[in-house]
Design a protein around this ligand. Sequence first.
Ligand code: SF4
Length: 300
Amino acid sequence: MSLDLDKRQRAMLREMGVRIWQAPPATAVPDVLAAMDSAAVPARPPRAEARFDAELRRPQVAAARAPQPAPTVARAPAAPAAGLEPRPAGIELMAWPALQFAVAGCRACALCTNRKHTVFGVGPHSGQAGEAAPAVDWLVVGEAPGENEDIAGEPFVGQAGKLLDNMLLAIGLQRGNDDAARPGVARNIFITNVLKCRPPANRNPDPTEIAQCEPYLKRQVELLQPKMILALGKFAAQSLLQDSVPEVQKIPLGKLRGQVHRYLGVPVVVSYHPAYLLRSLGDKAKAWDDLCLAMSEFKR
Ligand code: SF4
């Protein structure tokens, strides 16, 4: 699959070392192996959620800025284990700032005990309290924060984040926290994870942790109303498709690729997690195919 790329996008791909052929289609897979080594996207300083967490450590200020959650309780929070607290009630009715506030203070699963920061997500102006949900068309959902993300309070930093940024740039998308916007590139994307706190030693997310955190992601989707969701990695795919794909936990990620799924009515394209692609160079071309599929569906 290939995209109808303009001159600027082709120049960007050349800069990344990605080669594009127009025809025949069978040869239209770019060599994205060099994308991970590209210096096209400079390293980003820690930012958005770290600042938001700092706000929350001043409770009287944060409380004044964030609207109070609606009092209606539509779903009872799960009973907390020792040392934990119930998940905040009324997540399904929260506005964007209240949702940020709830995540930053959440102690509903054991991952809260060792985190440095919660990682709510990043998008246009997403680091400031008191705002409505960013207006975006694209949502990227990864699995969970790693060590770098836990420190930065931002998803997809480090080498995996750099690879993701380069691949998004190739289809004209840029995360919204960089100071300088590139001409012709849209900050039209929000990036988050299924889990908002880091699992210790970067282990796989536990099913109970995913279940506890899932209402936050669901509310993010409801408020953002994206037109396309990219699910990166097995746990993101399983979390988003658990209600639409029978026994999705038993299906390999590779078999969820290449088709357009749905989550809350939004098209979902599944692909590999960038951290996996850094270890599995042979699957980068497949990830590029997935991006092309997502862009094609988005345009359609
Ligand atoms: S991972 Fe999710 S449910 Fe667990 S403490 Fe963090 S925000 Fe709360």
